[in-house]
Design a protein around this ligand. Structure first.
Ligand SMILES: NC(=O)c1ccc[n+]([C@@H]2O[C@H](COP(=O)([O-])OP(=O)(O)OC[C@H]3O[C@@H](n4cnc5c(N)ncnc54)[C@H](OP(=O)(O)O)[C@@H]3O)[C@@H](O)[C@H]2O)c1
Length: 277
C-alpha cells in the first residue's frame, strides 16, 4: 500500500510499560500508522507480535536506541522515505537508576541525564525537521521534574526565564552533570543525588523552549509541543511500585498526542490538565 504522506506517529521506548500502552491506544485512536520502536529488535518485534495476537492491532516496528545517533538517523531516513514526514512524536523512552544499584551518584547522574535528557534532545534535533503542519510532540517527563526540585532560587529563575535558549539549557544540564561528578560530594548549586528529578526538570524546561522556538519559526503550522507526568505507574521502571495501570499512565500522553489545534503549547500536564511546573 502507498504510505507516502500517510500520517505517522512514533513512540520511543515502546516495547513495554507506558510506551507500549501509548502505542496500543494510538493504534485505536490515531488515523495513521503507529511506529513501535525499541532498542532491542527482538523485544520490539515480540511486542508487535503480541499486540497483533492479543488485540488485532498492527503497529509498524522500527529499531531505535535514542542514545545511538546512527539509530536515530536510520529512523529519520525511514520516516522520510516511507511517509515523507512525521505527525506525532512521543518521547517516552527513559530510565530510572534504582537506589539499590551500586553506581556512584556521579555515574547515576551521567547515565540518567544521557538517556532522559541529552538523547531525547538529540532525537528532537534529528526528527523535528520532519514534523508536518499540525504535528504534536509529547515529552514524557515526571512530577519529580517539578521546578521546586531544583532548590536554588537563582537556578529556578534562569530555568523559567523567557530569554533562556536551548543552548543555555544544554549548558546548564552539562553544569549539573559536572557538579554531580564532584568527588567531594558537593554538588552545589545543584541538589545532591537527584539525577532522575533533574533529568526531568531539564526535559520540561526543554519542552517550553522548543514550543516557543518552533511556534516562532513556523507560526502558521500549529505544531504543539508539551510535556507531562503519566502518574505513578506500575512498570519495571519502579519495580512495580506504581499504583496506576499502564493504560491509565498512557492517558495523558495520548491526549497530548491528539490535542486539537486551539490547545496550548509548551505546557506541563498531569491528569490530562495543564499544571504548574
Ligand atoms: N512508571 C512511572 O511511574 C513513571 C512516572 C513518571 C514518569 N515516567 C516516565 O515514563 C516513561 C516510560 O517509563 P515506564 O515506567 O514505562 O518504564 P519501563 O517500563 O522501564 O519502560 C522504559 C522503556 O524505555 C526504553 N528505553 C530505555 N532506554 C532506552 C534507549 N536508550 N533507547 C530506546 N529505548 C530505551 C526501554 O527499553 P528496554 O526494554 O530495552 O529497556 C523501555 O521500552 C519514562 O520516560 C519514565 O521516566 C514513568
Amino acid at each position: 500500500m502507498e504510505t507516502a504522506n500517510k500520517p505517522v506517529a512514533v513512540v520511543t521506548g515502546s516495547n513495554k510499560g507506558i510506551g507500549l500502552a501509548i502505542v496500543e491506544s494510538l493504534c485505536r485512536k490515531f488515523s495513521g500508522d503507529v511506529v513501535l520502536t525499541a532498542r532491542d529488535v527482538g523485544r520490539g518485534e515480540s511486542a508487535c507480535a503480541e499486540l497483533l495476537r492479543q488485540k488485532g492491532l498492527k503497529p509498524v516496528f522500527h529499531q531505535l536506541d535514542i542514545t545511538d545517533d546512527g539509530s536515530v538517523r536510520r529512523l529519520a531516513a525511514f520516516l522520510q522515505s516511507e511517509y515523507g514526514g512525521l505527525d506525532v512524536l512521543v518521547n517516552n523512552a527513559g530510565i530510572y537508576v534504582l537506589a539499590k544499584c551500586e553506581k556512584s551518584p556521579a555515574e547515576k547522574a551521567r547515565i540518567t541525564m544521557e538517556t532522559n535528557f541529552f538523547a531525547t534532545h538529540r532525537v528532537c534535533q534529528v526528527l523535528f525537521p520532519l514534523l508536518r503542519a499540525g504535528a504534536r510532540v509529547v515529552n514524557v517527563a515526571s512530577g519529580l521534574g517539578r521546578l521546586s526540585k531544583v532548590g536554588n532560587e537563582s537556578l529556578q529563575e534562569q530555568l523559567v526565564s523567557p530569554q533562556l535558549t536551548e543552548s543555555d539549557l544544554l549548558g546548564m544540564a552539562r553544569d549539573y552533570v559536572a557538579a554531580a561528578a564532584n568527588e567531594s560530594g558537593d554538588t552545589a548549586p545543584w541538589p545532591a543525588d537527584s539525577a532522575y528529578s533533574m533529568s526531568k526538570v531539564f526535559l520540561i524546561g526543554l519542552t517550553r523552549i522548543q514550543a516557543r522556538d518552533v511556534t516562532a519559526a513556523r507560526p502558521a503550522h500549529s505544531i504543539l509541543i508539551n510535556s507531562c507526568c503519566p502518574g505513578f505507574v506500575d512498570t519495571d521502571l519502579n519495580e512495580h511500585r506504581g499504583r496506576l495501570t499502564v493504560e491509565e499512565g498512557a492517558e495523558t500522553p495520548v491526549v497530548l498526542a491528539l490535542l486539537d489545534k486551539e490547545s496550548p503549547s509548551g505546557q506541563f500536564y498531569k491528569n490530562t490538565q495543564v499544571c504548574e511546573w
